[in-house]
Write a protein that binds this ligand. Structure first.
Ligand SMILES: NC(=O)c1ccc[n+]([C@@H]2O[C@H](COP(=O)([O-])OP(=O)(O)OC[C@H]3O[C@@H](n4cnc5c(N)ncnc54)[C@H](O)[C@@H]3O)[C@@H](O)[C@H]2O)c1
Ligand SMILES: [Zn+2]
Ligand SMILES: [Zn+2]
Length: 395
């Protein structure tokens, strides 16, 4: 089959690889019909290179049709239409019972001290072959897949793999009080969708980014937008002015470790990227740092007693945080990989009516391409060119 493979820093290629097959009685194999590129893939593209091996198949946002199931998989059958969450979860461990599916104890990657295994996401998360491919082996298929009905196009459902539950959790964790205000930092797919969901819940949303098309897209849906290029130095003051001098009740950081505007950590990330993997890997696990501009902005901006919800991924081991301010302001901080299946029952009703599309999933993608064009798309997406916000690939 054809698959998008990681070959090195900023080097992604479509290659012929062996078809996946059932390896465990709890596996399924699906034929992929739609599969997206995610901001998280960009971390692998460059900063997290040390944890990748040439040939690793990328991708964690796939949906398709079940081809084959193992003997212990009874919840789905060949021909069923399914969306595959970006994490694998068993559905019967302590963490799954708590509905903390991204912490599943059956698939946790203990070697690296990580949570549940993720598709296409480096050694840190189990080095499981990903979904940017014609076929995908799904471990823990007795629980992991989300069954969706026939009749509506893929783009109605494909974002259940990541963007929708991640944004939903970001908003839940932000705990915006009734009639309150949330600031969303970063208007990529995650920030954009978080804004839509927060507005759907009735919140006032202030969105921040620096890419004109992304700002425009959010503004068109009613977000009060701010351009980082214009307000970068006094963003906190500007937002306080918009919120009665106090700051927003909650801030969602949908930027993460590669924030624009972080000089020294950017240099550190670039330098570790130049080291051989054998040296870089332990170094990143012990002294790695993130680019923390967005998080610092959130800490400064949020009102006293407010909540910061991190959906942007961080990976530093020794990040310096302004504990004085955080303690004094009595902040609450919530974060983590989305527990995908926890939110599906909340989200699905918003997707099932052909005549209404409250979250705007039908035209959420800006680019639809065949798998072969993945290498170019990764480059364009990283550079945020060509108005690219979300790419859906059709293998
Ligand atoms: N928690 C989860 O389960 C989960 C799931 C999916 C993605 N993510 C993470 O969410 C983050 C966003 O994902 P995405 O797909 O939207 O990525 P993206 O890279 O497309 O979006 C990030 C946006 O942030 C903007 N930005 C950069 N620096 C900024 C700053 N200092 N202030 C404000 N905006 C800034 C960029 O211009 C860009 O538009 C990534 O870190 C990704 O890894 C987390
Ligand atoms: Zn993703
Ligand atoms: Zn589990």
């Amino acid at each position: 089959m054809k698959a998008v493979t990681w070959q090195g820093k900023r080097d992604v290629r479509v290659e012929d690889v062996p078809d996946p097959r059932i390896e465990q009685p709890t596996d399924a194999v699906i034929r992929v019909t739609s599969t997206n590129i995610c901001g998280s893939d960009l971390h692998l593209y460059e900063v997290l290179s040390a944890f990748m091996e040439p040939g690793d198949i990328l991708g964690h946002e796939a949906m398709g049709v079940v081809e084959e199931v193992g003997s212990e998989v009874t919840n789905i059958k060949p021909g069923d239409r399914v969306v595959i969450p970006f994490q694998m979860s068993c559905g019967h461990c302590f963490m799954c019972d708590e509905r903390l599916y991204s912490q599943c104890e059956t698939t946790q990657v203990k070697e690296y001290g990580s949570g549940a295994a993720l598709f296409g996401y480096s050694k840190l998360y189990g080095e499981v072959p990903g979904g940017q491919a014609e076929f995908l082996r799904v471990p823990q298929a007795q629980f992991t897949p989300i069954k969706v009905p026939d009749g509506l196009p893929d783009e109605r459902f494909v974002y259940l793999s990541d963007v929708l539950p991640t944004a939903w959790q970001a908003v839940e964790y932000a705990g915006v009080p009734k009639g309150g205000t949330v600031a969303v930092l970063g208007l990529g797919p995650i920030g954009d969708m978080s804004s839509r969901i927060a507005m759907h819940h009735g919140a006032r949303v202030i969105g921040v980014d620096m890419v004109p098309e992304r700002i425009g897209r959010a503004a068109a849906r009613g977000v009060e937008t701010l351009d980082l290029n214009e307000h970068g130095d006094n963003l906190g003051d500007v937002v306080r002015e918009m919120t009665g001098g106090r700051g927003p009740d909650s801030v969602i950081d949908a930027v993460g470790m590669e924030a624009h505007g972080s000089g020294v950590p950017k240099m550190a990330q670039t330098l570790t990227g130049l080291l051989p993997d054998k040296i870089a890997e332990p170094l990143m696990q012990r002294v790695g740092v993130d680019r923390l501009t967005a998080l610092y902005t959130a800490i400064d901006m949020v009102r006293r007693g407010g909540t910061i919800s991190l959906s942007g991924v961080y990976g530093g081991a020794t990040d310096p945080l302004p504990m004085l301010t955080m303690f004094d302001k009595q902040l609450q901080l919530r974060m983590g990989q989305a527990n995908v299946k926890r939110w599906v029952d909340d989200i699905l009703p918003l997707l099932l009516n052909a005549d209404s599309d409250p979250l705007g999933v039908d035209d959420f993608a800006t680019h639809r391409i065949p798998l072969d064009e993945a290498p170019q798309a990764y480059e364009t997406f990283q550079k945020k060119q060509d108005g690219m916000v979300k790419v859906v690939m059709h293998p």
